[in-house]
Design a protein around this ligand. Structure first.
Ligand SMILES: CC(C)(COP(=O)(O)OP(=O)(O)OC[C@H]1O[C@@H](n2cnc3c(N)ncnc32)[C@H](O)[C@@H]1OP(=O)(O)O)[C@@H](O)C(=O)NCCC(=O)NCCS
Length: 194
């Protein structure tokens, strides 16, 4: 059972487009609106692979670059989160990802001032001399099973979070944490092991 019809449109959705064909989902998939895929640009044949009983609520956004992938395990729930990938974001099973969480495997703009100035012209939709965007390094993000990420938390490139961990509201996670960690703050630190 699912609220996604055979034509990949969400039942009663106001958004007219179907869920992209390279988003694969299991049984019991709940998607509140296909609008969550508005920024989705991946052409990878298995761009998103979602397990059984995954729930995706409105307000989420999945800006996945041309070759990017994102996986989520069974019973993972994502509510109003931004999942931004140029390469790969892996999210385990039974994860709870709250309002306004940001997860990114890339910084998306260069640190160098001149290159960033050029990048600003590259992303201006109506600028006729748009240069190509600089190629930036990405580093996969891996989130283990049964991780709870509180509202407004941010998980940055290259981070691995071990299973059963809890990321407190507003944490900015810049480095890896072992399984069963309670993590909080900016930059995020271990509060205690659970
Ligand atoms: C992660 C959380 C559940 C932990 O709760 P808890 O175990 O009761 O934590 P405590 O209140 O005992 O705090 C432990 C320590 O972490 C700190 N801390 C807790 N949450 C924090 C946060 N969000 N940011 C920074 N520090 C935090 C506390 O100040 C305390 O520090 P201290 O030991 O120096 O006094 C809770 O703090 C939290 O962030 N809840 C929000 C969950 C959420 O976003 N829900 C939305 C729906 S999914």
């Amino acid at each position: 059972m699912s609220n996604v019809n055979a034509d990949r449109r969400v039942e009663g959705d106001w958004w007219k487009d179907p869920i992209p064909p390279n988003v694969h989902f299991g049984t019991g998939f709940f998607c509140e609106s296909a609008q969550v895929f508005k920024m989705f640009k991946s052409r990878h044949p298995r761009a998103m692979v979602l397990g059984d009983h995954v729930s995706i609520y409105a307000g989420c956004s999945f800006p996945l670059g041309e070759n990017a992938t994102c996986t989520m395990g069974d019973f993972t729930l994502v509510n109003g989160a931004f999942i931004m990938a140029e390469e790969r974001i892996e999210i385990g099973s039974h994860c709870l990802i709250s309002w306004n969480v940001g997860i990114a495997d890339c910084d998306f703009h260069p640190l160098d001032a001149a290159a960033r100035r050029l990048d600003a012209t590259a992303v201006a939709p109506f600028f006729k001399d748009r240069p190509p965007r600089p190629k930036l390094e990405a580093a996969p993000v891996v989130i283990g099973d049964n991780v709870w990420i509180g509202m407004n938390a941010v998980v940055l490139k290259g981070v691995t979070i071990g299973a059963n961990s809890v990321i407190a509201a507003g944490a900015v996670v810049t480095k890896n944490f072992d399984a069963n960690s309670l993590v909080a703050g900016n930059p995020a630190r271990l509060v205690r092991s659970l």
